[in-house]
Write a protein of this length. Structure first.
Lengths: 368, 336
């Protein structure tokens, strides 16, 4: 499972799954891949153009960079502009437009911003720069939050007093509830985010079939995993028997990763959070508990920033909720392109708009 | 958002680099020779066709598995000359050193340059050294320029690439960038993986001797195979269709790419080349390449077509086709 097979075998398996999907789905359906990594994997394997026309895939709110609001970027910029601060961040955040600038632009004017691949790299930077305050931009879902929590615990253990987190971690299930409560959102099934479920397990998504009669399958990231997931969704739709199924069993255990969740709940507690394009969602964010507030940048180094509401024709909000496809936005591919993004969905490589732009805007066909 | 300041992505070989060249460099310096935008210029001096090129090296870390900034500086320029169909002859070396740089490191770097020049059969005939204040450079930056004479009978140009050409890669892709990234992020890699940094001029000479009809050669450095193929598709007004299962990627490289979220097609190589030649020459070329240490894993990865002009497509393992676009750049700065 999941491992690349020889090409013919892979191709034949793919074709038989696609035939089955076509047989099972008789009227148009919209399936949402929640996770940005799936959006990219679907494009990279050319899955969209292989699916029968009645099966439509729409991207969801599962790109952490895309749902990070302007206010957060503005605050990060304010911190980065301080002479006593070194900001550490995942590379994707650099180009996200805030209300007036981006981290990439302030970096170009001399702000000390360093790209890391793990928050734990910030520990080394903090130890090497005792006279600076190191602030890590803690964004991401259940997947990355445990590492951020582990960084806090390590900071404490190493008696470092100069490493802080600017936390904007989010959790996925509350966002799906908000989507399903919105009548404009039309979804017939979910490809659940495999990496998130590896931490949370399957249970937090039980409400999908129970409350919303919604098919849901935990998906892996190889092309055949994704096709098998779509096949299982098709079968649930066809049989009208929604359930949470797991198509990524060798990674996702039913109760996820209890050790990671324990670290997470040691440091963090749920809080309301603002999602770009969606608004405030109750209990959808993570904030550091009081006993760890010494590592919370917003507590230790409070900064007041003013976010100027921008007026653009950007429709990221509707894209993030799967209401429109990126190509329906009038800015897409014209004023808003990856090298000059207007909305956050065009910034991250896993953003819906960026992925649609990069991979030929939907059902790409070669030779036309 | 227009860029009022230089960003790292302007130096990454992708779309923003192109923009910089088109908006700032070409309006100032444009002439028929420069406008070719090849790895090196072909100029005629006293009746001889000479290839001329220059490149600067700012790689970080300075030392990495399989090489260092010095080896890179010699191989990079040698390869740029080789890709124009020239025999590299003479190099210049400019060193920009930061105050406080360890003399011992400089000795190691210079020794690697000596060895690489010896292997590539080039002489370093002129040079310059500058020292800047601490903080004004990052240890050492190196510029090299080189000249060579174009192998008679060869005519290497993207404009010679036509539908019906095969696309050959000389070996595994992404080794250099993966090694650098792993070094920078302290990922422990198997000792088998190292930068592919190597001078390709010897191999190119053997190939051109047997098949002077080679249409184009390119070393897929910054921006990787994806950027290079997009440039060729655009310049030759053709389409290119790759076969995913034919592209040689080491398991270690694939693994690191999955961890860090990169696509091997976009990773820099420093000892690989893409060869474009009519399919009837493919077998002969592969025979020659397979006998050379820097071409032993050479294989066909795709075809030049007259469909989807200016685009690069990739047929995936499950039978779908996706587009391989020009990278914007900026994901991995200071790779060379």
């Amino acid at each position: 499972m999941g491992l690349p097979k020889n090409n013919n075998e892979t191709k034949e398996m793919a074709q038989s799954l696609i035939r089955e999907i076509d047989r099972l789905i008789t009227k148009p359906v919209r399936l949402m891949e929640v996770c940005g990594t799936h959006t990219v994997a679907i494009f990279r394997a050319g899955i969209r153009q292989l699916l029968p026309p009645q099966v439509d895939l729409v991207s969801g709110p599962g790109c952490p960079v895309c749902v990070t609001p302007d206010e957060y970027i503005d605050k990060a910029i304010a911190y980065a502009s301080r002479k006593d601060v070194i900001l550490t961040t995942f590379g994707d955040m650099l180009r996200v437009p805030g209300s007036t600038s981006s981290l990439g632009e302030v970096k170009a004017t001399g702000a000390d911003i360093r790209v890391v691949y793990s928050p734990l790299e910030s520990l080394t930077i903090a130890a090497q720069n005792p006279h600076k305050k190191i602030i890590f931009l803690a964004v991401g879902f259940e997947t990355t939050a445990p590492t951020a929590a582990a960084t806090v615990l390590a900071t404490k253990k190493q008696n470092l007093t100069n490493l802080f987190l600017l936390s904007a971690h989010k959790i996925v299930p509350p966002a799906l509830k908000v989507l399903l409560a919105d009548p404009a959102v039309k979804i017939d099934g979910f490809l659940l985010p495999g990496h998130v479920c590896a931490i949370t397990g399957e249970r937090p998504f039980d409400f999908l079939p129970k409350t919303y009669h919604m098919p849901a399958v935990v998906a892996g990231f190889e092309p055949l995993d994704i096709l098998r997931t779509i096949y299982r969704l098709a079968k649930q739709i066809h049989d009208d028997r929604p359930a949470v199924e797991n198509e990524y069993k060798w990674i996702v255990k039913p109760d996820g990763n209890p050790a990671a969740r324990q670290i997470l709940s040691e440091v963090y507690e749920p809080t309301d959070a603002v999602w770009r394009g969606i608004g405030t969602i109750p209990d959808s964010g993570l904030q550091m508990k009081d006993q760890y507030s010494a590592f919370d940048a917003q507590v230790v180094l409070p900064m007041v920033t003013k976010t100027i509401a921008k007026k653009t024709a950007c429709r990221c909000g509707e894209v993030l909720r799967g209401i429109i496809k990126p190509t329906a936005c009038q800015l897409f591919g014209k004023d808003c392109v990856p090298e000059h993004p207007i909305g956050a969905c065009m910034v991250s490589v896993e953003g819906s708009c960026a992925a649609w732009y990069k991979y030929g805007s939907g059902r790409y066909t070669y030779g036309t | 958002m227009e860029h009022e300041k230089i960003c790292l992505a302007h130096g990454s070989g992708g779309k923003l680099s192109q923009e910089l060249v088109e908006q700032i460099i070409l309006p100032a310096f444009g002439n028929p020779l420069l406008n070719e935008l090849h790895d090196g210029a072909s100029v005629n001096m006293a009746g001889t066709n000479v290839a001329f090129t220059t490149d600067s090296y700012v790689v970080k870390p300075l030392f990495f598995a399989g090489g260092n900034i010095g080896k890179l500086a010699v191989c990079g320029t040698v390869n740029d000359l080789a890709m124009t169909g020239a025999v590299p002859r003479y190099l210049s070396v400019g060193l920009i050193l930061e105050e406080g740089f360890p003399m011992d490191d400089l000795r190691k770097i210079v020794e690697s340059m000596r060895l690489a020049a010896k292997e590539a059969n080039v002489l370093i005939v002129t040079g310059d050294t500058k020292v800047v204040n601490k903080g004004a450079a990052d240890g050492i930056f190196i510029n090299t320029a080189g000249i060579g004479d174009i192998i008679p009978g060869s005519h290497i140009s993207p404009k010679c690439v036509k539908s019906g050409c095969d696309v050959i890669i000389s070996g595994y892709i992404g080794d250099h960038a993966t090694t650098i990234m792993a070094g920078r992020h302290e990922l422990v890699l198997p000792a088998t993986l190292q930068s592919d940094c190597a001078p390709l001029s010897g191999l190119v000479q053997q190939m051109l001797k047997v098949v002077p009809q080679i249409a184009a050669l390119r070393d897929p450095t910054r921006g990787g195979v994806a950027a290079t193929l997009n440039e060729i598709a655009e310049q030759s007004k053709t389409g290119i269709l790759l076969q995913e299962n034919a592209i040689p990627v080491r398991a270690e490289v694939q693994g690191v790419c999955e961890i860090l979220g990169f696509d091997p097609l976009y990773l820099a190589n420093e000892g690989k080349m893409l060869v474009f030649a009519d399919a009837k020459y493919t077998e002969t070329l592969l025979d020659v390449m397979h006998k050379h240490p820097y071409g032993k894993d050479a294989c066909v990865i795709g075809k030049v077509t007259n469909e989807s002009i200016g685009q690069v497509g990739l047929q995936t393992n499950i039978g779908g086709i996706r587009i391989v676009d020009m990278p914007i750049g900026g994901q991995i700065p200071r790779i060379c």
